[in-house]
Every structure is written in C-alpha cells, then in structure tokens.
Write a protein that binds this ligand. Structure first.
Ligand code: ATP
Length: 317
C-alpha cells in the first residue's frame, strides 16, 4: 500500500472482555492497529468480530478493559470520535425513505471534513443519482451509497464490518478500491472485517484471527508467509498425527496436508512410514483453516518476532 505509517496507533484495545448473560463474547482481547495500516479482522461466525468493532465505534461500553480510538475514548466523546471515523457494516441500515441526495446532505452536516468534490466524484463512479430513493436501489447500490458517506469526509479511520457480504464482484471491487484509495492518503487507517479471505489477503498489511472471543494470532501477511508453510504427505492417520510441530491436519484421499512453522520443520524427523510429497507457501485460507478453531495451533512460541506491525496478544494457542 502507499500509506506512510505515522507514529502511534489508530486503535488500542487492552484486556477487553464482554459477556452477554454469562456467554463470553470477548475474552481478554488485546489489539493494536498501527496508524496507516490496512488491518484485516477474520474469524468464524460468532468469533466476536462485530462485538469488538461495536466497542470501537462507541456502541458498546468497555465494562472490562480499555478502548482507545484515534487516541480517544469512543464512549466519553462519541461525537468527537465518530466524526473522525468512517463506518460501513453489512447490515442494510441506511434510512430507506431517504433519497441519495438527502443522505449526502445529512452526512455533510455531520462531518466537518466533508469533501463535496470527492462526494460528487464517488457519486459518479458509483453511478448514484441524488434523486434515487434508497429503497429503490439494489443491495449493491445501497452499499455504494453507504460507502460514499463513509469515506467522503476522508476519515482518519475507516471501519468496514463485512461490507462485501452478499455483493456482486463489481460492488466488492468498488469497496476494495475505496479501501486502497482511502489508505493511499497518508496516515489513514482501515480496519477490514471479512470472511472473504482472498480480499483480505489482497488489500491488508496485517491480519488478526479471532476465535471464540479471543485474538488467537496477529501477523503481517508477509510474516505469515515467512513463518509458516504447508506440507503435503502420504501416510496413515496414526503416523500423520505424529508429524512434529504440525497443526491443522487435513486429509484428501490418501494424502495429508498440515501447517508447520517453516524454521522448526525438519523433514528428516518425520517417521519412515510417512512420505513427504511437497512443501508450499502458506495461503491466508490455509492458515485460517488451521488456526480458526481454538483447538490445534503452533507450538507455544513468541508470536511477535519484533516485526513492526505485529501486535499479537492474547493466547497463542
Ligand atoms: N446482543 C447480544 N446478546 C447476546 N449475545 C450476543 C449479542 N451480540 C453478540 N452476541 C454473541 O456474541 C458472540 C460474538 O458475536 P459477533 O457478532 O461479534 O460475532 P462475529 O465474529 O461478528 O460473527 P459473524 O462473522 O457471524 O458476523 C456470539 O456468540 C453472539 O451470539
């Protein structure tokens, strides 16, 4: 990305926990999102992504733990923080009775940094007519209208909570372009929560994986690729389960696949009843499949490696 990260963190979450009627939705979450980064948040359904984001936008109060967004407490000064944020969710929550022009005028009144020329440009790119009623637009067009008002004030932090859900490839591509464009402006930050891992891999610098209310692991995409690799081998179930330091075991016909830490993997240490067929670069999908369930993970080890954008906290296992 073209961003030139400036000092400091756009988002800082310390020891955030949240339970609903005894059901723990967030467990001791720690997260730092560096200013200027495009940060992916991934996890299975119910992992806690939206609940975390709702704390960031001040919709939920941090009862246990601490949340800072752009250096401020989003609950203490909601208007002050929200005017610096752009937010788009998968929920079709725009007021349907409004026309596109009304939505734009309303948003212009809220955001002191609203950029009329940029809004007009986005309206043209997205083929949105001011006179169209939101209820008459398709889901994809409504998402574009939501995106327009989320970014036309050039927010310091853009938060996208599964914005591409149910959209066609062109609408999804519009969203990705907007992400890239937003961050190409110096110092701006994007938090992108999505189940579409190929999109996350395409645009994000770093990714945090949530599972069962915890941040399981946080890595830069580059670091993921250098730290892990996938091995393919042949053998029986008992021997496959014995491959040292392997996790995320998957079977396909007579072949097995597992994820290993590249530096720790010693091909000569696998049993003689296993045949190593291939070793290949890890993809975000494969890492996700290996790590998304709380069981199974790499051996407990340092999860930061001192890389600048690594902000791993919480449990490594
Ligand atoms: N208002 C609520 N009351 C009770 N439980 C809730 C509430 N909101 C969320 N939860 C629970 O918190 C957990 C985390 O939900 P959350 O919506 O954050 O998951 P998610 O990772 O965003 O999932 P998805 O990918 O399906 O959107 C879930 O178990 C959910 O049922």
């Amino acid at each position: 990305m073209n961003a030139s990260p400036s000092a400091g963190a756009a988002v800082e979450v310390h020891n955030l926990s949240r339970a609903f009627r005894g059901n723990e939705a967030l467990r001791d979450v720690n997260l730092t999102i560096p200013t200027g980064s495009i940060f992916g948040l991934v996890g299975l359904n119910g992992a806690g992504k939206t609940i975390l984001i709702r704390h960031l936008i001040g919709a939920l109060v941090a009862k246990h733990g601490r949340v800072r967004v752009l250096g401020e407490d989003p609950v203490a000064d909601p208007a002050g923080v929200l005017k610096r944020i752009g937010y788009l969710t998968e929920e079709d929550s725009l007021p349907q009775w409004l026309r596109v022009g009304d939505l734009i005028d309303f948003s212009r009144a809220i955001y002191p940094t609203w950029d009329d020329a940029y809004a007009a440009e986005l309206g043209e790119v997205f083929a949105l007519s001011r006179s169209s009623r939101l209820q008459s637009l398709s889901k994809g067009q409504r998402a574009r209208a939501g995106l327009l008002v989320a970014i036309a004030h050039r927010p310091e932090l853009l938060i996208l909570d599964e914005p591409s859900s149910g959209l066609d490839p062109i609408a999804r591509s519009d969203i990705l372009e907007a992400i890239i464009r937003t961050v190409s402006e110096d110092g701006r930050t994007v938090l992108f929560s999505s189940h579409l891992l190929d999109e996350v891999a395409r645009v994000c610098d770093s990714v945090a994986l949530m599972s069962d209310g915890r941040i399981v692991e946080t890595r830069t995409i580059e670091e993921l690729q250098s730290r892990y690799c996938e091995i393919i081998f042949r053998g029986n179930a008992d021997s496959a389960a014995q491959v040292p330091n392997a996790f995320g075991l998957q079977r396909s016909g007579g072949e097995w696949s597992a994820v290993v830490e590249t530096e720790q993997f010693d091909a000569s240490a696998i049993g003689s009843d296993l045949q190593l067929l291939n070793r290949r670069e890890i993809t975000l999908d494969r890492w996700f499949a290996a790590r998304a369930k709380s069981t199974g993970g790499p051996p407990a080890s340092d999860s930061s490696d001192g890389a600048p954008q690594v902000i791993a906290m919480g449990e490594v296992r």
